[in-house]
Design a protein around this ligand. Structure first.
Ligand code: HEC
Length: 405
């Protein structure tokens, strides 16, 4: 029964995380679009806000923006903060659930650094707190007066953190922490800057003082940073399912390229929605970045490119008479993978064949040739942290079998 609870808890946590992330990022996109579309109207002088009309779901909306605050504070004000907080809380819970509780499989790679699980978890948590602090100080420093300089330093900083994570964690753990750091910066912006500034403005209004427009400006800067980070963060959250992204010495470079590509695509839409034209070059540069990322992943995969030639469509069916993998191959795979990838796994803590992949009979081994080529030969992402000690010779045998068409 433990397996059932564990599996369902994993699913429910992810479900919560994805739903709150959609709500948060959706409203971030919405408000950036709205902001860009707002035009001055007679009642709201230029530079103090404006108005936009929208049509949605059968109705027309007239939305007004007051850069500082309206003259009178409305009775009911809708705040947007719990989307952000719930995304972070559910994300952190997932980080603990998968990477800190399962540190020996997913976070620690003895080939990188032989950390005890608690040490790895402590490094992860401290890095998120300190990582936020450094970013926050950067944005408050005089450097921030120059937006381009701040963006360049911010980019170098996140890339450096990705590199640092790669020196201590498994590739997968490094990418998820790079994403978690960016997500923490985004939520920190909401919790430590945007919300407090809005509260100050409201307190001033209630007390009859004129609020300082600086509060609103700061909040807008933070909100713009969040907007540029959304796409890279989403990529990094998905990366753990794709070993080509993280099983390379240059995973940190892939983070850097994805940061540039994601931010450029956001930039395209921000410019377009503001009516400043369509900077199509952003797509070209983003595509170039992604092409580079793909090239890096293939050319630095630890097991070489040879095993990457198979098509997933080459999978065989599994009737009783389906082909079997050669004895030598089957015995390696069944011996090194079968303790987890079996109908009833014997590895402690694994309740059912992970992701439904069974590798406990020669026919299942043959059927999963593509998966074995990708996960165990080219990227060496399996077994996790090489717990069952697959040797280089064994990987070479598997590579020859995978490469044979
Ligand atoms: C210690 C147990 C263990 C061993 C040994 C192991 N795996 Fe896995 N495998 C897992 C777990 C756990 C997952 C699910 C990973 C996740 O949740 O992202 C997995 C996932 C996979 C996947 C599916 C990945 C996906 O998301 O589509 C493949 C393919 C795979 N393993 C192949 C292998 C091969 C080949 C071997 C042997 C060389 C192997 N595994 C050895 C635990 C193991």
């Amino acid at each position: 029964m433990v397996t059932v609870y564990y599996e369902w808890a994993s699913l429910l946590l992810r479900w919560t995380h994805i739903i709150s992330g959609i709500a948060w990022i959706g409203s971030s996109f919405y408000f950036m679009h709205l902001d860009a579309a707002i035009k001055g109207v007679p009642e709201i002088p230029a530079g103090k806000g404006g108005e936009a009309w929208e049509v949605h779901g059968g109705g027309f909306y007239q939305v007004r923006k007051y850069l500082v605050a309206p003259e009178r504070l409305p009775k009911e004000l809708i705040w947007h903060k719990w989307q952000a907080y719930s995304t972070w809380l559910s994300g952190f819970a997932l980080l603990v659930w998968i990477y800190y509780i399962g540190a020996d499989l997913f976070l620690v790679d003895p080939g990188v650094r032989a950390l005890a699980p608690w040490q790895a978890a402590a490094i992860g948590i401290v890095s998120l707190v300190v990582g936020w602090e450094v970013y926050d100080r950067l944005v408050k420093s005089p450097l921030a007066k120059n937006e381009v300089a701040l963006a360049a330093v911010g980019f170098a900083y996140v890339t450096a953190m990705a590199w640092f994570y790669q020196q201590v964690f498994s590739g997968r753990g490094a990418l998820i922490h790079s994403g978690a750091l960016m997500g923490t910066m985004m939520v920190g912006n909401v919790a430590m800057n945007i919300m407090p500034n809005q509260r100050k403005v409201i307190a001033d209004l209630v007390a009859g003082r004129e609020p300082n427009p600086e509060y609103g400006k700061q909040a807008k800067t933070r909100s713009r940073h969040n907007n540029y980070l959304t796409l890279p963060v989403l990529f990094l959250m998905l990366s753990s399912h794709f070993p080509l992204t993280y099983q390379t010495r240059f995973a940190w470079a892939i983070v850097a390229l994805v940061l540039v590509a994601g931010a450029l695509i956001r930039h395209f839409y921000n410019e377009r929605h503001a009516g400043r034209g369509d900077p199509w070059w952003t797509w070209a540069v983003a595509a170039l970045c992604m092409w580079l990322a793909i090239w890096i992943s293939a050319s630095s995969a630890p097991g070489g490119r040879e095993a990457l030639g198979l098509s997933p469509l080459s999978r065989t069916d599994l009737p009783a008479s389906a082909p079997k993998a050669p004895v030598q191959v089957a015995s390696i795979v069944m011996g090194r993978c079968g303790m987890c990838h079996a109908r009833t796994p014997s590895f402690p803590g694994i309740g059912e064949a992970p992701k439904g992949i069974r590798l406990d009979t020669p026919r299942f081994v043959e059927r999963n040739r593509y998966e074995i080529g990708l996960w165990a030969v080219a990227t060496r992402a399996m077994p996790p942290a090489n717990v069952s000690g697959v040797t280089d010779d064994e990987r070479a045998t598997l590579a020859r079998w995978v490469a044979k068409r």
